[in-house]
Ligand binder design. Structure first.
Ligand SMILES: [Zn+2]
Length: 390
């Protein structure tokens, strides 16, 4: 098996799209979600055969937090017990009057069981039983800790902020919060800052392979020849478009004479002014400011950018790996074909002078214009759903 270099780290791929990933879920995180669900069912004592079995065979009158892992436990149970610390950080305990939560074992105080925090000696010194419930340190609406143990004096002062509720309850992430896979995944998964370019890459009607290629470009993840040379895989990094320059992301998109010609024609079709700077950072700045939004012209700019990047990258690969080359005019024809076909199939726009100008430039059929009535019916008959745009 050959070891291939990943263009983007798996942890990054598994981020949501708005955080710069592809929105995949890591198998380990999905598995943890499912296990959390089981733990939640035990904690809330759900009426199910499995929970009843666990109470009878594993817990045997103890709380989940008291169980000590044993060799004889199933793999599932060993995994469940390992997740208790993570589980505790997601739980919000409400302490009722005369509370029956386990004083020392349940993680009701700052998500860590007191036994773990204080140790057995402090519990022994307190004179309270090891199976005590919180009710033993409650007196009316006040806390009543044995203050001769110094650690408990600290707990007592920290508890002064915790008031009692009507009854004991447990919530997921908030008071009364219910468990859901989505909420669990959101709170358990690794996260990253939101990326501003996600809406340029992922949008309704986008062509998936174009979006994917554009996503790699925004992440600067394409294995361009300058990268391969720095890794020692290639001896030289000359641009495959025979311009005599080094191949970098900035050069390919779109400083190279070949790709610059293609991109300037796409800009022309979209009635956009010709850019002053052609490197990728300049394209990103332009895209963030001029392609996001609900207007048809913005959709066309996004689709045009994605198609230009995709076809230029594909042409670059064809030249390197297949020794095949096409002219900028033929490449532009492919871009127009892809974008016009997708727009015609996916969109339904208003007949305004600026929209009509773009439709004519890109040679999109008249059917893209919304009809005053019967439009939805027409869309349904043609077997696709149209997105209405301004
Ligand atoms: Zn070049």
């Amino acid at each position: 098996m050959t070891k291939k270099r990943a263009k983007v780290a798996w942890s990054q791929v598994c981020l949501p799209k708005e955080e710069g990933g592809l929105g995949l879920r890591r198998a380990t995180e999905c598995n943890n979600d499912a296990l959390m669900r089981l733990l939640w069912e035990i904690l809330t004592n759900k009426h199910s055969l499995w929970v009843s079995w666990c109470n009878l065979e594993i817990l045997k009158g103890r709380t989940l937090w008291q169980v000590v892992p044993q060799q004889s436990f199933s793999v599932t149970w060993k995994c469940l017990l390992r997740l208790r610390t993570l589980l505790a950080t997601n739980l919000v305990y409400t302490i009722g009057h005369n509370s029956s939560w386990s004083l020392w074992h349940d993680p009701w105080f700052q998500s860590i069981p007191l036994r773990e925090r204080l140790g057995d000696r402090a519990i022994y010194d307190s004179g309270l039983p090891t199976d005590a419930t919180i009710s033993v340190v409650q007196q009316g609406s006040l806390w009543n800790w044995p203050l001769h143990v110094w650690q408990l004096r600290d707990i007592n002062s920290a508890c002064s902020n915790i008031s009692f509720g009507q009854r004991d309850s447990i919530g997921w992430r908030k008071v009364g919060g219910a468990f859901s896979f989505r909420a669990a995944w959101t709170s358990l998964r690794s996260s990253a800052p939101v990326v501003t370019w996600a809406k340029v890459v992922w949008f309704s009607g986008a062509i998936p392979k174009h979006s994917f290629c554009l996503w790699l470009t925004f992440r600067r993840a394409h294995l361009t020849r300058d990268k391969l040379q720095s890794l020692g895989i290639l001896q030289q990094s000359m641009c495959p478009f025979d311009c005599g320059q080094q191949e970098t992301i900035d050069h390919l998109f779109f400083e190279c004479d070949y790709t610059k010609t293609v991109w300037s024609k796409v800009m022309e079709l979209n009635n956009c002014p010709i850019p002053v700077a052609w490197n990728w950072d300049a394209i990103v700045t332009w895209a963030l400011g001029h392609t996001i939004g609900r207007h048809f012209q913005r959709w066309m700019r996004r689709a045009g950018l994605a198609a230009a990047v995709y076809h230029c990258w594909r042409e670059r690969n064809n030249r390197i790996f297949r020794q095949e080359a096409v002219s900028t005019n033929l490449l532009l024809a492919r871009i127009i074909f892809d974008v016009a076909k997708k727009a015609a199939l996916h969109l339904c726009i208003q007949d305004t002078p600026s929209n009509r100008a773009l439709v004519e430039n890109w040679e999109i059929g008249e059917a893209i214009f919304c009809q005053p009535s019967g439009n939805q019916q027409g869309a349904a008959q043609s077997g696709h759903t149209s997105a209405s745009m301004l």
